[in-house]
Design a protein around this ligand. Structure first.
Ligand SMILES: CC(C)(COP(=O)(O)OP(=O)(O)OC[C@H]1O[C@@H](n2cnc3c(N)ncnc32)[C@H](O)[C@@H]1OP(=O)(O)O)[C@@H](O)C(=O)NCCC(=O)NCCS
Length: 178
């Protein structure tokens, strides 16, 4: 397998049927665009996921940044839906940059992040994006597995990038064209 083969995002891996509102798992998970009402639940997931979490204001701001896109995965619970995960990305000049992804601890390892990334790729292709990049800590083994599964490859290592932990940052990239 060549580097280019591995960088190509697997286009057959994901499918969905609706342009604006996507039902990825017919029974439990729905993916939609983030709205103001989602932010409290998102902040709660954020606080339990990251040592330096984004504040509520940062998420609010994302709603108003023209290049920003925010997807939320919601899980049905009785008659209600609760936020299970979110993904924030920007599209600039045909390049997607993933800025945040997190899944509620109770529902991790059930394919939700994979589905969110798949939907992001589908929507980004519709907007003409051709490449997606992200940054992940070298020690974040689960996130690395997620991204590798989704077709990303490491293109750069930034030594000691994270000052608090001393961890290296990996820049990963996926080709969305094919
Ligand atoms: C990283 C994260 C978003 C993954 O979300 P998720 O919904 O659990 O991921 P998925 O269920 O789609 O799993 C994708 C792959 O990750 C790996 N993975 C997920 N959970 C795992 C676990 N507990 N142990 C080992 N591998 C795991 C597997 O390879 C899996 O693919 P597979 O099921 O085909 O084997 C989630 O763990 C998370 O929110 N972590 C905290 C925040 C974070 O680190 N975000 C990324 C910052 S760069």
């Amino acid at each position: 397998m060549t580097l280019n083969d591995r960088m190509t995002f697997p286009s057959t891996m994901y499918s969905s049927h609706c342009t604006h509102y996507s039902r990825m798992n017919q029974r439990t998970i729905e993916i939609s665009h983030m709205i103001m009402d989602d932010i409290d639940e998102i902040v709660s997931i954020e606080n339990s996921s990251f040592p330096s979490p984004w504040s509520r204001d940062v998420f609010m701001r994302e709603l108003h940044i023209p290049v920003s896109r925010s997807l939320v995965a919601k899980k049905h619970k009785n008659q209600n839906k609760e936020v299970a995960a979110y993904l924030i990305y920007w599209i600039i000049a045909g390049e997607v940059q993933i800025h945040k992804i997190a899944v509620k601890k109770e529902v991790q390892n059930s394919g939700i992040a994979t589905k969110l990334i798949g939907e992001m790729v589908r929507l980004s292709r519709q907007e003409g994006a051709s490449v997606c990049t992200l940054e992940v800590g070298q020690s974040n083994e689960i996130a690395k597995k997620l991204y590798e599964k989704c077709g990303f490859v490491i293109t750069e290592v930034r030594k000691g990038y994270y000052q608090e932990s001393g961890d290296d940052a990996l820049i990963m990239c996926a080709d969305l064209k094919s």
